[in-house]
Design a protein around this ligand. Structure first.
Ligand SMILES: *Cc1c(COP(=O)(O)O)cnc(C)c1O
Length: 364
């Protein structure tokens, strides 16, 4: 079976992790500091604050913005559940805007969702493609909203001459399936000195210096073992991203011209890091999505549906005062139509041929 994601760790990671283990300094230490400097440089921001996972990164970002109960975060309903859970954990109210053709927040729909309680705009850079940040940042600016980017899938993605995660507070994940992984891990990026300082204190029990507590904090720290896994991957990131781009380009030329199969496009001015290569199977297709997925499985091609339902469409969120749901027809269509195909750097040319042949066979 060709897997939908793969982890590509090498000898450099083994060496660096071994050095950390031999040093006896396992908790947050010099390797975390090194990784933070490296990630800040990648994102072109002054500060990067490493934390224990990507969900924590979102929660902490919202916590330092000091929202009052009832104040609203506007985000996408077409995302992983962590986006929603983080907003609820931070004690805020969530309002969902619709998405565009790019699967990301539609700036016009965001404007239609604004209320006098709107405080934060949380775009999700889904599948590694940054949202339309020029338009979204303009909406945020006009309406005095803070920006928290859910960049969990978008390490190194760019909009114009800026990186995803550089528009306000950026939140990244290093979960096992992400483009950079530490098993579990996260980081927050920002140019804002005051928020960066608060995040560092919040992460460490609210402690500025030994036993000097400034706020009721948390233990959100990353370990030096995790950072040692990440450092070599960041050095290689432009190469692994180029490999994802090349795989995406091969898939796109091999899958062109099939009725009812909509291929992913990167709008001009944006650079995707291809966390996923996600197609739509529309009602015009020769086969249903379920049948296509079954056929791909039989041909040895792993694929995934990210995500099968709108994020709030589960009983545990229904009727909650903090979850404000309106009509989002484009997102509702996306959950019915999307399928992600393997695009990761572990694919061989033969694997990509197998994927193209299997999709063509299922739909023509
Ligand atoms: C992975 C992911 C997260 C959460 O990250 P974890 O490290 O798994 O906590 C948040 N948002 C999105 C869109 C993700 O894909």
């Amino acid at each position: 079976m060709i897997p939908i994601s793969s982890v590509g760790l090498g000898e450099e990671e083994v060496e660096l992790v071994s050095a950390v283990l031999r040093s006896g300094q396992l908790a947050q230490g010099p390797r975390v500091a090194e990784f933070e400097a490296q990630f800040a440089a990648l994102t072109g921001v002054k500060h990067a604050i490493a934390v224990n996972n990507g969900t924590t990164a979102l929660v902490a970002s919202l916590q330092v913005l000091d929202l009052s109960p009832g104040e609203e975060v506007i985000t996408s309903p077409f995302t992983f559940v962590a986006t929603l859970n983080a907003i609820l954990e931070a004690g805020a109210t969530v309002r969902f805007a619709d998405i565009g053709q790019d699967f990301n927040l539609d700036p016009t729909s965001v404007e239609a969702c604004l209320t006098d309680r709107s405080r934060v705009l949380m775009p999700v850079h889904l599948y590694g493609l940054p949202a339309d940040m020029d338009a979204l940042a303009a909406v945020a600016e006009t309406n005095d909203l803070a920006i928290v980017e859910d960049a969990a899938q978008a390490h190194g993605a760019r909009v114009g001459n800026r990186a995803a995660g550089s528009f306000g507070l950026g939140s990244f994940s290093f979960y096992a399936t992400k483009n950079v992984t530490t098993g579990e891990g996260g980081i927050i990026t920002t140019d804002n000195d005051v928020l960066a300082d608060r995040l560092r204190v919040l992460r460490n029990q609210g402690m500025r210096a030994r036993y000097q507590y400034e706020m009721a904090g948390h233990n959100y720290r990353m370990t030096d073992v995790q950072a040692a896994i990440a450092i070599p991957q960041l050095r290689r990131l432009s190469r692994t991203t180029d490999s994802r781009r090349a795989n995406a380009a091969t898939l796109t030329s091999g899958l062109a011209g099939i009725d009812g199969l909509v291929l992913p496009e990167v709008p001009s001015g944006r650079e995707s890091v291809w966390h996923q290569y996600t197609v739509r199977i529309t009602p015009d297709a020769r086969s249903t999505r379920t049948a296509v997925i079954d056929a791909l499985g039989a041909a040895g091609v792993g694929c995934g549906i990210y995500y099968p339902k709108l994020v709030h469409d589960y009983d545990c969120y229904r009727g909650l005062d903090e979850v404000r749901v309106g009509p989002t027809p484009a997102a509702a269509r996306a959950v019915e139509e999307v399928v992600s195909l393997p695009v990761h750097p572990g694919l061989s040319d033969h694997d990509i041929d197998t994927i193209i042949t299997a999709v063509r066979a299922a739909l023509t």
